[in-house]
Design a binder for this molecule. Structure first.
Ligand code: 5GP
Length: 189
């Protein structure tokens, strides 16, 4: 997606050879016009996949997921990282190792919102090792729902997540694929 690549070129900050910071439009401040374009693009890519729910992880996945769900006219669920007092019973919970925080945590979705027969489109901001996407896929499995596909805003193609997910048979669509972050530069695949 050219608009997204332009934004990454202009505003992305290479923090290391592994980590890209995009807090001016995705991870802290949010550009809603770009998010709407992202949502439209995912909705177009998965138009024939009979998606019934969009599933993401709080918090950075929510903006692209909401725009995608708006275009597909389905609801969006975000897996919660902390169990709230109002979210206790009938939870689907999975462990996820956080790439950015380098620690394991649990994410949960209420059983009320995912059912057998649902076709789930997983949406996330970044793909690195695939841990977050796989945790969401396992949550869908717990609910006996099907994963219709995985939409990633920025895939770091030099990390193993994309290959891992595709080998497992998931359809993964990324809107920008980064080949490397060497020398403080973003190189696209
Ligand atoms: P994975 O679970 O695929 O290893 O990593 C994806 C998750 O880690 C995403 O949900 C995202 O929040 C975070 N993440 C991974 N790499 C980056 C990165 O380079 N920049 C930012 N801002 N977040 C990242």
């Amino acid at each position: 997606m050219e608009l997204l690549k332009k934004k990454i070129r202009e505003e992305g900050i290479v923090l290391s050879e592994q980590v890209l910071k995009v807090d001016s439009f995705l991870n802290h401040q949010i550009d809603p016009v770009l998010m709407l374009e992202i949502g439209r693009t995912f909705a177009g890519l998965f138009a024939d996949s009979d998606v019934t729910k969009v599933l993401t992880l709080e918090s950075s996945g929510i903006a692209p997921a909401v725009m995608t769900a708006l275009e597909l006219k389905v609801n969006v669920i975000f897996a919660r990282k902390r169990k709230s007092l109002t979210l206790r019973d009938g939870l689907f919970t999975e462990k996820v190792y956080s790439f950015t925080k380098q620690e394991e945590s649990e994410v949960s979705v209420s059983g009320k919102f995912l059912s057998p027969g649902d076709r789930v489109l997983i949406v996330d901001d970044f793909l690195a090792n695939g841990e977050a996407a796989l945790a969401m896929a396992r949550i869908a499995m717990q609910a006996q729902a099907e994963v219709a596909g995985i939409g990633i805003v920025i895939e770091k193609a030099f990390q193993p997540g994309g290959a891992k997910l595709r080998e497992q048979g998931y359809r993964v669509e990324s809107l920008a694929r980064v080949a490397s972050l060497g020398n403080g530069q973003v190189l696209f695949a």
